[in-house]
Ligand binder design. Structure first.
Ligand code: F0G
Length: 495
C-alpha cells in the first residue's frame, strides 16, 4: 500500500434519504423550438406549456414528489362529502405538529388567506408583515386593508449575509402601532421563511419578541406557515439555543407563539394541492367554518379530496424529519454554491426553497423598468430549457390606489427547487446554463409589457423584447423572425 493511501479520509457526504421507484420522462426541446415557445408565451415562463420545459424550477409549489407512503394513503381516500376519515387524520397531524386546536381545510394557501382576511380586516386597517407576499397582500387589499412592510432593512439587500434576514424590525412595528393605533391593526402576518426576500428565515428570538409586542397590545399574530418547517431547520442550524432540539420541537414552539396560521400545503407539506387555516380561538374558528362553506367547500374538506387530505397528513409527518430537511436545503445550497463560485451574484445567505440570482447586478445594462429578472428568465429558458421565474418589479405590481408601479429594491430571478424531484446532475446542468449566460450577459435585452393584467400580473402578463432587437409586438411573427430577434436576446446559436 502506498504511504498516502494510509491517510484517513475525513470528508463525509450526505445523500438523499430515499431511492427512486418511479421515473417520469423529461422532454428536451431544441434551442429553435425553445425560441419559438418563449415568444409564443409572451416571454413569460408562466405561460410556457410544461411539455416545452426541461428542468422546471418555476416554483416549489405543488411540484413536490410524494413518497410511497403518501401514494398508498391516496388509496385510502374516504370521499364522503362530510366527515371524511382523512379530514380527522389531517386535523390530528396539524394538532400534533403545528399545535393549533382548529384546522379548516382550504383548496390551497390563498383560500386560507381569503378567509382570514375577510374575517379580520375592516376597510382602512393596516396589516403589518415581514415583507409582502403576492397573494397574501392582494387578499388583504381586497378586504380593504393596507399591507405595511416592517421587515428588517437587510432583507432588501441581496449581498447582506446576516443569518436571519426574515426578521421583523420591532422599531418599525412599534412606530406603526403609534401611528395608526392598535384598533386599526387586526393582526400581524408573519412569514417563515420569507419568500420574496429569497427564502430567508426568521429567528425564534425575533418571533418571541414580535409575539410579546403583539400580545402586549392585543394584536393577533398569524403565521404564514407555508415554509415554517424549512424555517425551523434554519433555526436549528443557526440559533445555538436550538442546536439540540428536533425540527418538530422548534416548529411547535414557533406556532405556540402565534394565534393561528395560514398554510399552502403545496410546499413544506409535500403534496401537490391543498392548504388550511389553523387557529386556537373557538369563536373565530366557528366563523371561519361558516365562511369556508361559502368559498371552498364543507368545513371537513374545504376544496380537497379525501385522498389529498390523507397525503397531506402523511406529508406533514415526513416533512419534519432531519434527514429530509438536510437533503432538501442541502440541494438548494449545492446549486447556490455552484453558481456563486463562478462569480454570479446571488442573494446571500442561500435561502430555503431556491437560489435567487440578483438580476440588477447580473444585467446592469437593463433598467429596472425593462424587467431584467423577467428577461433573464426568458434567456435562461432559451439557453437550456430550465424554467425559472421573476421575483422583482413585475411581481411587485401596481399600487391599487395610485396605479403607480410599486418600487422593488430586489430584482431577482428565482430558481425554485421542488422537493425530492431533481438530482444533483440536474443542478449541475442548471448551474452551467446560468454561468454560460453570465459570460454572455451583455447580449440579453430588456422587455416591455404587451399585456398587463390588473391583479397578480406576473402570472399572465405578456412581454416583447426592447433594445437592439427592437420590439416584438407581433407574436404571430414568422419563426425566422422570432429566431433572429431572440438571437439578440440571449446571444449565440440563433443567428
Ligand atoms: N404564502 C407563501 C409564502 C407562498 O409562497 C405562497 C405561494 C402562498 C402563501 C399562496 O399559497 O399558492 O397555495 O395559494 N407561493 C407560490 C410560489 C405560488 O411560487 O411562491 P397557494
Amino acid at each position: 500500500m502506498m504511504k498516502s493511501e494510509g491517510k484517513r479520509r475525513t470528508r463525509r457526504s450526505w445523500a438523499e434519504p430515499y431511492k427512486i421507484k418511479v421515473v417520469e420522462r423529461l422532454n428536451i426541446k431544441t434551442r429553435e423550438q425553445r425560441e419559438t415557445a418563449i415568444a409564443a408565451a409572451g416571454f413569460n415562463t408562466f405561460l410556457l406549456p410544461s411539455e416545452d420545459v426541461y428542468i422546471d424550477l418555476l416554483t416549489d409549489s405543488g411540484a413536490n414528489a410524494m413518497s410511497d407512503r403518501q401514494w398508498a394513503g391516496m388509496m385510502l381516500g374516504d370521499e364522503s362529502y362530510a366527515g371524511s376519515d382523512n379530514y380527522y387524520h389531517l386535523e390530528a397531524a396539524v394538532r400534533q405538529y403545528y399545535g393549533f386546536s382548529h384546522m379548516i381545510p382550504t383548496h390551497q394557501g390563498r383560500g386560507a388567506e381569503h378567509i382570514l382576511s375577510q374575517l379580520l380586516i375592516k376597510p382602512g386597517d393596516s396589516v403589518p408583515g415581514n415583507m409582502y407576499f403576492t397573494t397574501t397582500r392582494l387578499h388583504q387589499e381586497l378586504a380593504g386593508g393596507t399591507f405595511v412592510d416592517v421587515i428588517c432593512d437587510e432583507a432588501h439587500v441581496s449581498e447582506s449575509d446576516t443569518p436571519f434576514k426574515g426578521n421583523v424590525d420591532l422599531d418599525k412595528l412599534a412606530r406603526l402601532i403609534d401611528d395608526v393605533g392598535v384598533s386599526r391593526i387586526p393582526y400581524f402576518c408573519l412569514h417563515a421563511t420569507v419568500n420574496m426576500s429569497g427564502g430567508q428565515p426568521i429567528a425564534m428570538a425575533n418571533v418571541r419578541e414580535v409575539s410579546a409586542l403583539c400580545r402586549k397590545h392585543g394584536i393577533k399574530l398569524f403565521l404564514d406557515a407555508t415554509r415554517a418547517v424549512e424555517n425551523s431547520y434554519f433555526i436549528k442550524l443557526r440559533e445555538p439555543e436550538f442546536e439540540h432540539k428536533t425540527i418538530a420541537q422548534i416548529l411547535l414552539e414557533m406556532c405556540s407563539l402565534c394565534d393561528g396560521c395560514t398554510m399552502s400545503g403545496k410546499k413544506d407539506c409535500l403534496v401537490n394541492i391543498g392548504g388550511f387555516l389553523a387557529l386556537n380561538d373557538d369563536d373565530l374558528a366557528e366563523r371561519a367554518r361558516n365562511l369556508v362553506v361559502v368559498f371552498e367547500g364543507l368545513h371537513t374538506y374545504g376544496g380537497m379530496a379525501g385522498r389529498d387530505m390523507e397525503a397531506m397528513a402523511r406529508g406533514i409527518e415526513e416533512s419534519v424529519s432531519f434527514e429530509h430537511m438536510q437533503a432538501r436545503i442541502g440541494q438548494v445550497e449545492y446549486l447556490g454554491q455552484s453558481i456563486a463560485e463562478a462569480g454570479v451574484p446571488i442573494v446571500r445567505p442561500i435561502g430555503g426553497h431556491g437560489v435567487f440570482v440578483d438580476a440588477k447586478k447580473f444585467l446592469p445594462h437593463i433598467k429596472q423598468e425593462q424587467f431584467p429578472a423577467q428577461a433573464l428568465a426568458a434567456a435562461l429558458y432559451v439557453d437550456s430549457g430550465v424554467r425559472a421565474m421573476e421575483r422583482g418589479a413585475v411581481s411587485a405590481g401596481r399600487d391599487p390606489k395610485t396605479g403607480e408601479n410599486r418600487p422593488s429594491r430586489l430584482e431577482l430571478l428565482r430558481l425554485t427547487l421542488p422537493r425530492r424531484v431533481y438530482t444533483q446532475a440536474h443542478m449541475d446542468v442548471t448551474a452551467e446554463s446560468v454561468i454560460d449566460l453570465w459570460d454572455k450577459r451583455h447580449l440579453i435585452h430588456g422587455l416591455k409589457f404587451t399585456y398587463e393584467p390588473k391583479m397578480l400580473r406576473f402570472f399572465q402578463a405578456r412581454f416583447a423584447p426592447v433594445g437592439a432587437a427592437q420590439v416584438l409586438d407581433d407574436v404571430g411573427a414568422s419563426t425566422s423572425d422570432v429566431k433572429q430577434r431572440l438571437g439578440s436576446l440571449v446571444g449565440g446559436g440563433a443567428d
